[in-house]
Design a protein around this ligand. Structure first.
Ligand SMILES: [Fe+2]
Length: 400
C-alpha cells in the first residue's frame, strides 16, 4: 500500500511524441519548440550502420535544420566518451543536441548538452551528480526499447578509475522533447531486444516496490508489465513484428516515466554491482537480478505481486496471496529465460567474489543510493544472501 503522507514530484519531458514514423517529422517538432539553426546528433556506430542518423538528418533538413553527426558513442559510456561528445557539440556550434540511440547514446547526449554551456569535465560534475544549471536544449530519440532514458533525469556514466558505474541525477538532463518511434527499433537484434526489454521490466516492477510507490506511477508500471508480457517474446523471436515493437516502445517509455519519480531499488543495485565488477551489460544484469529483488521485497508487497501474477498471465484463482506473489516471481524469471536471458551470474563470476561484491553493495555510495528509494533496508548479510541466491539461481524460498 502506498504511503499516504508522502510528497511525490512528477518530472516529465515537457513534450513527448510517440508513433510509427514520428521521427520523419522531427524537424517540425523541433521548430514547434522554437529550435532552429544547427544541431549535433549524438549516436554510435551501430545506429549509424543501420542508416538511422541519415533518416533523422533528412527529417531535419525538411525544416531547414542542419545537423552534424557524432557517432563515437559507446555502450556503458565513461566520462571520457561524454567529454569527447561535449567537445564535438562545442566545436560544431550546435544550438541543440539530439541523443539518438540506446540509453548509452542518450545518456552521453544528456551530459554533452549540459557541458556545452557549463564547461568543465564530466568527472567533476559527476561527483556532484548534477550540473550548476541547464545546458542547451536536448531531444531524445530512442532506437531501443528498454532504458526509458528519453524520459528520465538519470544518466549512467562509468568511472573507469574506480571501476564503478556512477550517475547523474538532475532535472536539468530531462530531455526537452522525446520522440519515440517504434520503427527505429525494428533492426534491433534479438539479444539486445531481450536485454533492453528486461531493463524496462525491471524499471516497472522495481518502481512498484519502491518507497514512493503511488497510484500514478503504479498505473504506468502495471501497464508496462502487461505490455512486456504480451510483446517481449514476439519482439525477440519475430523482430519485424511492428505491433510487438510498438508495445515494447510504449512499455519502455511508460516504465521510464514511472521510475523517474520513484527511483529504482535493489534489482538495479545488484545489477550495477555485477555490471561494475564483471562488465555484464546492464539489461542482462537486470534480468538476472529482478526475480531476486522481487523476492527480497515480497514481504511488504504480497498483494501487489499477486495482482502482477494475473497481469503476467498466471491463473491465480484458488491460490493464496503468497502463492500468487511467488507465481509472479517465477513468471518473470520464466519470461526472461524464454527470451534467452540468463537466470544467474555464475558464468561471469566466482562464488569467492561474493564478500567483495557484498561490501561494494553496502559501501559504495553509487550503489547504496538505490536503497534510499527502497522500503527495506540493506545489510551486508542480506546483500551476501542476495548475491548467493542470484549466483546459484535459487528462487522461491521467500524473503530473507
Ligand atoms: Fe535500468
Amino acid at each position: 500500500m502506498f504511503p499516504l503522507t508522502q510528497v511525490v514530484r512528477y518530472y516529465k519531458p515537457p513534450r513527448i511524441v510517440f508513433g510509427v514514423n514520428a521521427v520523419d517529422n522531427l524537424g517540425k517538432y523541433a521548430r514547434e519548440m522554437g529550435l532552429a539553426g544547427r544541431t549535433a546528433i549524438i549516436t554510435d556506430a551501430g545506429v549509424a550502420k543501420a542508416g538511422i542518423p541519415a533518416r533523422v538528418v533528412q527529417a531535419l533538413q525538411k525544416s531547414g535544420i542542419e545537423a552534424a553527426i557524432f557517432d563515437q558513442g559507446r555502450p556503458e559510456p565513461d566520462d571520457a566518451a561524454c567529454d569527447q561528445a561535449a567537445e564535438f557539440v562545442r566545436r560544431e556550434g550546435a544550438d541543440f543536441v539530439i541523443g539518438l540511440g540506446g540509453g548509452s547514446a542518450i545518456d552521453i547526449a544528456k551530459v554533452a548538452a549540459q557541458l556545452a554551456v557549463v564547461g568543465g569535465r564530466t568527472e567533476d560534475h559527476l561527483r556532484k551528480t548534477s550540473f550548476p544549471r541547464k545546458g542547451i536544449p536536448l531531444i531524445a530519440v530512442p532506437t531501443t526499447a528498454g532504458t526509458g532514458a528519453e524520459c528520465t533525469m538519470f544518466a549512467i556514466i562509468t568511472l573507469p578509475r574506480e571501476g564503478i558505474k556512477g550517475f547523474f541525477f538532475t532535472p536539468f538532463i530531462i530531455p526537452d522533447l522525446a520522440v519515440v518511434d517504434p520503427t527505429l527499433t525494428l533492426t534491433m537484434p534479438p539479444g539486445v531486444t531481450a536485454s533492453s526489454g528486461a531493463d524496462a521490466l525491471a524499471h516497472a516492477i522495481e518502481t512498484m516496490m519502491a518507497r514512493k510507490e503511488n497510484p500514478l506511477t503504479d498505473a504506468l508500471a502495471f501497464k508496462a508489465v502487461e505490455l512486456i508480457a504480451e510483446a517481449l517474446l514476439v519482439a525477440v523471436y519475430d523482430g519485424s513484428n511492428l505491433e510487438a515493437r510498438v508495445k515494447m516502445s510504449y512499455a519502455s517509455m511508460m516504465a521510464g516515466l514511472a521510475f523517474n519519480d520513484t527511483g529504482i531499488i535493489e534489482g538495479h543495485a545488484l545489477a550495477h554491482a555485477l555490471g561494475s565488477f564483471y562488465h555484464i551489460p546492464h539489461g542482462v544484469a537486470c534480468a538476472i537480478a529482478l526475480p531476486f529483488a522481487m523476492e527480497y521485497n515480497m514481504g511488504h508487497c504480497l498483494e501487489k505481486l499477486a495482482r502482477m501474477a494475473a497481469v503476467l498471465g498466471q491463473h491465480t484463482s484458488g491460490m493464496s496471496t503468497r502463492q500468487a506473489a511467488l507465481a509472479a516471481i517465477h513468471a518473470v524469471r520464466q519470461l526472461l529465460a524464454d527470451a534467452g536471458l540468463p537466470t544467474d551470474w555464475s558464468r561471469w563470476g566466482r562464488k569467492e567474489d561474493i564478500p567483495a561484491l557484498a561490501e561494494m553493495m553496502v559501501k559504495s555510495p553509487w550503489i547504496t543510493a538505490f536503497y534510499g528509494y527502497a522500503k527495506r533496508p540493506m545489510s551486508e548479510e542480506a546483500a551476501a544472501e542476495l548475491l548467493r541466491r542470484s549466483y546459484e539461481g535459487r528462487i522461491g524460498e521467500g524473503p530473507y
